[in-house]
Write a protein that binds this ligand. Sequence first.
Ligand SMILES: [Zn+2]
Length: 199
Amino acid sequence: MADVNESTTTPTATRCGRCQAALTEREQVTAGDRVFCRTCYDILKLQVRTGVAAMSQDINYPIAAIGAILGGVVGALAWWGLTVLTKIGFGLVAVVIGLLVGHGTLRFAGGKRSLGLQVLAVAVGALSFLVAVYLVNMTFFNEALAQRGEAWRVGFPPPSINVFYRVIAANFGIMKLVFLGIIVYEAWFIPRPIKLAAP
Ligand SMILES: [Zn+2]
């Protein structure tokens, strides 16, 4: 009567999530909720780094600039139209300029991201906002001029940088500064490069 006791504990071996090799405790590298062998972990890490680096390489800046400018034009026209129609400076709509410029940049850059795209979007976003402010003021100034029977009008494009500045500066208060800040923030944030968390 041989009592064979075969109930030895069979530990479920931890396997590498990539090559399926059985791993001892010391060989395991945990990444997120998965476990890999050291070699596979290094390969995956390199692949992720290469992918992230490629995201900021070979960017077609002229095409990205077209996307940014398109977004800026649409946003500026939308704000101008709405403000002239409603006679209220719907500041919140100005924020749309930042979204359109940021996403226009990102989309036309083929989803690529870089510091250069951030700078591009910020420059186009800020300029679009200033042009929109100019257009709104121009419209209200010209209405006032017409009511007073004056013959001259503020034109677009502005005849000089000086005129551009003076028309914008006529009523540039703290709220416009806030809107400009939000637009710059959005334009900066949307095409930002993805950063890998430090190990
Ligand atoms: Zn492996």
